[in-house]
Design a protein around this ligand. Structure first.
Ligand SMILES: C[S@@+](CC[C@H](N)C(=O)[O-])C[C@H]1O[C@@H](n2cnc3c(N)ncnc32)[C@H](O)[C@@H]1O
Length: 210
């Protein structure tokens, strides 16, 4: 992170450097977006993980849930992925702004943006994504059943889900990751830093249950 641009009162812009890209991320502070108008630590951790692992998403079809500012999905586009960034309808304007500001026009066709409210909208999307991304989306226990439903909808034998969560600050995150998620999926921590954990989650096949 290298700076904050406060010149426009309606938004705050922060600059991040990952994987050789400079990301200018705007947060629409006057749009009543609540938690969506921040870049959260688990998102930063996931971007850092992509950098550490020298991730290359060329040829991968990726879905991001709860994109917020879009920082993670945008980096995935820059790393070659065909990415669908999703969130609640009122957040899409912020995501569109950040995609336009960071994804060069020749790659823009690989950045799709759409409404996806967990538990209700997933049928509007195909279920053949290779990778599902979710950073700091585990924080509201009332939404856990909907989130699980949506993850189940999108997870097939070949799908890899990366969930990056803050276990220290987020209510119910430990319960979600240690009790709820493992009942339905295989889940392992692949990275842990100061309370932020990245989980690699895959479909539980019948043989795994034995
Ligand atoms: C804490 S923010 C994280 C944003 C971003 N992923 C990051 O790491 O900075 C959580 C995001 O999940 C979205 N979200 C929460 N509940 C949702 C639901 N039921 N359906 C769709 N999106 C939801 C919020 O709108 C918000 O943008």
């Amino acid at each position: 992170m290298s700076g904050i641009d406060d010149r426009k009162p309606w938004r705050q812009e922060k600059i991040y450097e990952f994987c050789g890209y400079t990301l200018k991320i705007s947060m629409f502070k006057n749009s009543f977006l609540g938690v969506s108008a921040y870049v959260w630590e688990p998102g930063i951790e996931l971007c850092q993980h992509f950098q550490n692992m020298e991730m290359n998403f060329v040829g991968k079809k990726i879905l991001e849930l709860g994109s917020g500012t879009g920082i993670v999905g945008i980096l995935a586009v820059l790393l070659g992925g065909d990415v669908t960034l999703t969130d609640r309808p009122d957040v899409l304007k912020q995501i569109k702004h950040n995609v336009s500001a960071n994804v060069p026009s020749h790659s823009r066709h690989r950045a799709n943006i759409g409404t996806l409210v967990w538990g209700s909208d997933h049928d509007n999307y195909p279920s053949d994504f290779d990778i599902i991304l979710g950073s700091d989306i585990v924080y509201s226990p009332t939404q856990f059943p909907n989130l699980i439903k949506t993850l189940q909808h999108f997870c097939n034998e070949n799908t890899i889900i990366y969930l990056s969560s803050n276990l220290k600050l987020r209510v119910g995150a430990v319960h979600f990751h240690e009790d709820i998620l493992p009942k339905k999926f295989n889940s392992e921590i692949i990275c842990s830093n100061n309370g932020n954990c990245i989980y690699k989650v895959t479909k539980k096949l019948p043989i795994d249950a034995n």
